[in-house]
Design a binder for this molecule. Structure first.
Ligand code: SF4
Length: 405
């Protein structure tokens, strides 16, 4: 065993990955595959449900607090397939009666009747990948939809779902500060209760990394971030995580479970999971290729990689998530989730505090504004001493971190 000793298990969420998209976006490093012909939704739902059944022993007796159907582009699936998936999940796993059930949708797949079907299937939170309201910027991002489709999809979603999130991106190719702000203004005017604003980054193994577009200077991007945060705050959206802004009562419970180092069972091609037991914490990854995933899930084992998180990795893994929270986290959460006393990281916390990166009192620990701006530098301090420092800026996304889709 790994030396972990937990007094209680954290809340459990379910992540469902649907790996197909209409077209691969040049900035995207997620496990998404351009669809050719019809997506095999019936077979894929069978595989997902077989995957749930094969996971029973690992989550036995635990309730599911939230479900997130992400991708890829889950809205490529028909409402009937999503209904069969959610009914199948409910009959196999104990879902909280008020569970948040989120689904990602691409405006390029928008039809009002489809959205209504997803709602009837039980989806109560729709996250729409808008990215921008500027057609030229959407074309530069390789998106399949235009600004008008995004506007129509948002307007319809607001009529149908109790909570709607709009994903936006800034720091886009040749984007000026005013253009980024115009996107935010339009999102505020349309009025989803949750807005995620991501900075475009050039991830390895993407077309943008191979053929980099001309991006705004760092100072311009930093100005965009600052002005976007100011504008959203003035419009009543609380900035509660690096990229997430919500009106009261609409924070993403599923993502909050990642950021408070909760557990999640991840099913679907390439999905990551993190599951705690009293004496170890498991990370698992499913087979990445959709066909291999379906074949192996239907045969009873879709796991590709499985490993215990070691005790010396836990402080970094915890901080990688919790320090994304603008309001920080309760001091006792560290021990609850890792089983380690807080004094394990006393030296790192002290140094981060004296460098002005965090502030703390007896009740909580939170990143300062400087800590939020220099999050990578702050996080690196919690890497296990034995592990060499990364040569490039670490990717601050944990396997469960949401992304612009
Ligand atoms: S960004 Fe979203 S829509 Fe584009 S390829 Fe990636 S998962 Fe698909």
């Amino acid at each position: 065993m790994s030396g972990v000793a937990l007094r209680e298990l954290p809340p459990l969420s379910l992540y469902v990955h649907i790996p197909w998209c209409l077209r691969k976006c040049p900035y995207c490093d997620f496990n998404s595959h351009e669809k050719r012909g019809d997506v095999p939704e019936a077979q894929y739902v069978d595989a997902l449900l077989a995957d749930v059944e094969a996971s029973f022993t690992k989550v036995y007796g635990r309730r599911i607090h939230t479900v997130f159907i992400g991708g890829g582009t889950p809205s490529l699936f028909s409402p009937e397939a999503i209904d069969r998936l959610l009914v199948g999940i409910r009959t196999r796993l104990p879902l909280e009666p008020e569970a948040e059930i989120t689904m990602e949708a691409n405006p390029g797949t928008f039809e009002a009747a489809r959205f209504r079907g997803f709602r009837e299937a039980g989806v109560n939170r729709l996250s729409i990948g808008v990215q921008s309201f500027d057609d030229a910027k959407l074309a530069a991002l390789g998106r399949v939809h235009g600004a008008d489709e995004a506007r129509r999809a948002l307007a319809a979603a607001l009529e149908i779902f109790p909570t709607v999130n709009a994903d936006l991106m800034y720091g886009l190719p040749q984007q000026a500060l005013e253009e980024a702000l115009a996107d935010i203004e339009e999102a505020i005017a349309i009025g989803p209760a949750h807005i995620s604003a991501y900075h475009l980054t050039l991830e390895p193994d993407t077309n943008f990394h191979r053929f980099p577009p001309e991006l705004p200077e760092d100072e311009v991007s930093a100005d965009m971030q600052e002005r976007i945060e100011e504008r959203l705050a003035a419009a009543g959206y609380t900035h509660y995580e690096t990229s997430a802004f919500a009106r009261p009562g609409h924070r993403a419970r599923h993502n909050l479970n990642y950021w408070t180092f909760g557990d999640y069972l991840g099913i679907g091609a390439g999905a990551h999971g993190k599951l705690s037991f009293r004496d170890h914490i498991l990370r698992e990854t499913r087979e990445r290729k959709p066909e291999t995933y379906m074949r192996s899930a239907l045969a009873g084992n879709a796991i590709d990689e499985l490993r215990d998180v070691t005790v010396d990795e836990l402080p970094f893994e915890f901080m990688l998530n919790a320090l994304r929270l603008v309001e920080g986290f309760p001091a006792e959460l560290f021990e609850k989730r890792t089983g380690l006393p807080l004094h394990t990281i006393a030296r790192e916390l002290e140094a981060a505090e004296s460098d002005g990166l965090i502030e703390r009192d007896l009740a909580s620990i939170r990143p300062t504004l400087k800590g939020q701006r220099f999050l990578n530098e702050l996080l690196e301090r919690f890497l296990p001493a034995a592990r060499p420092k990364p040569r490039r800026v670490i990717n601050i996304s944990s396997p469960g971190t949401p992304h612009p889709s």
